[in-house]
Write a protein that binds this ligand. Structure first.
Ligand SMILES: Nc1ncnc2c1ncn2[C@@H]1O[C@H](COP(=O)(O)OP(=O)(O)OP(=O)(O)O)[C@@H](O)[C@H]1O
Ligand code: SF4
Ligand SMILES: [Mg+2]
Length: 373
């Protein structure tokens, strides 16, 4: 049982059936969160981060359908589970910090009572001690004068304060799995650092696992053990944080990193990712980055995307796994897929010994390690 991840999203596809068409929001998405680790889920707006989080909590919008795959919490299936069983998990076992704190709070109930409600329902608090525990939860997220703030209504508090109240609420019952959707976006840098320290300490001390959804790649680099990169509903690359940031292999990951501001870069050095996300209601090419990709090959239009495979685990080399034809090099060094067709004028697949920190990429023409460095 100890090897079972806290959260397992395995080959999941999700569609929203809307009046304007079927939105193919996620396709073949896989990732895990283990006990004690922080996994960063990054990608542009609309890439499917929140949909993945809602699906993991079993709170997808009514129009959303899981058409394929399995989502499990500690081995228990989430998709298809009864609402009563899911309610027993939420709060105590798994909890979520929502992306928009104001809409997540009840406007006509004081914030102390809202935290108290969660504690009484899921955290074993009693009529006698819920208030004291709610105040302690507020103090934990550095709310000044928590006893007074507990009596406030959300509209009386700033956006950053509401955000911290949502964080306090999510952590109040000591969940084993925390899903945090942009948890620190509205916070000043000092409070942001304190909240991330708190989450990291809970992961170390209690073995809590966290899925951290963020646009902030610096925050992800500082806080996470592993990163999952999403683009237009696909996971395009995953790996340990250092390896992935030092040697991004997917062209999208590289563009995302190049578009990230940093103190040692001038504005002119910050790249823009070409084009836009595709319309997820329209017919889509196998690789959803196709129209934006400057490394595209003919095979990208023809073949289904290579599967994301943990090469090391499967005993394979490089980024390609046994689920897809292993590219081999001809005399000219040109990579060829299993059917003999050329797939890349270069690349890492199959030819290099696995790096100890290797990661996986879902692309026919990944960047060479030296290009990415
Ligand atoms: N209820 C819904 N009905 C129809 N489409 C939806 C619904 N919810 C999400 N989508 C679509 O699913 C895709 C992924 O949305 P999602 O909210 O997961 O993006 P995101 O990565 O969280 O973006 P952001 O960084 O802006 O929060 C988008 O194309 C979005 O329009
Ligand atoms: S090389 Fe092909 S598969 Fe890879 S990101 Fe570009 S279009 Fe997609
Ligand atoms: Mg979102």
């Amino acid at each position: 049982m100890s090897n079972v991840p806290l959260l397992e999203v395995d080959d999941v596809s999700i569609e929203f059936r809307t009046r304007s068409g079927v939105v193919k929001a996620l396709e073949d998405v896989s990732f895990t969160v283990a006990k004690g680790e922080i996994v960063g889920l990054v990608g542009e707006s609309g890439s499917g981060k929140s949909v993945s989080a809602y699906a993991a909590m079993g709170i997808l919008d009514a129009a959303g359908v899981v058409t394929k795959g399995r989502i499990a919490y500690q081995g228990m299936a989430i998709n298809g589970a009864k609402e009563r069983d899911l309610q027993a998990l939420r709060g105590r076992e798994m909890s979520m910090i929502f992306q928009s704190p104001r809409t997540a709070l009840n406007p006509i109930r004081t914030v102390g009572r809202q935290i108290g409600d969660v504690l009484r329902r899921h955290g074993g608090a009693t009529r006698q001690n819920w208030r004291e525990r709610a105040i302690a939860a507020l103090a934990q997220v550095r709310i000044p004068d928590p006893a007074r703030r507990a009596e406030a209504y959300p509209f009386e508090l700033s956006g950053g304060m509401c955000q911290r109240i949502c964080i306090a609420m999510a952590l109040a019952c000591e969940p084993k799995l925390l899903i945090a959707d942009e948890p620190t976006t509205g916070l000043d840098v000092t409070t942001q650092a304190a909240i991330m320290d708190l989450i990291a300490n809970l992961c170390r001390a209690r073995g809590m696992g966290a899925l951290l959804i963020t646009h902030d790649l610096h925050l992800a680099a500082e806080s996470c053990d592993r990163i999952v990169v999403m683009h237009a509903g696909h996971v395009v690359e995953t790996g340990p944080v250092q390896a992935l940031f030092a040697r991004p292999l997917h062209p999208y990951t590289a563009s995302l990193l190049a578009a990230t501001p940093s103190p040692d870069r001038s504005l002119d050095d910050i790249g823009a990712i070409p084009g836009n996300l595709p319309d997820l209601r329209a017919p889509l090419p196998p690789c959803r980055y196709r129209t934006r990709c400057q490394r595209a090959l003919e095979v990208c239009d023809r073949e289904p995307l290579p599967a994301l495979v943990e090469g090391k685990k499967e005993g394979t080399q490089g980024a390609f796994g046994p689920l897809h034809p292993q590219p081999t090099a001809n005399a000219a060094g040109q990579l060829r897929s299993g059917d003999g067709s050329a797939v890349a004028p270069g690349g890492t697949g199959g030819q290099n010994p696995p790096h100890p920190n290797h990661h996986t990429v879902r692309c026919w023409n990944p960047l060479r390690t030296e290009e990415a460095a």
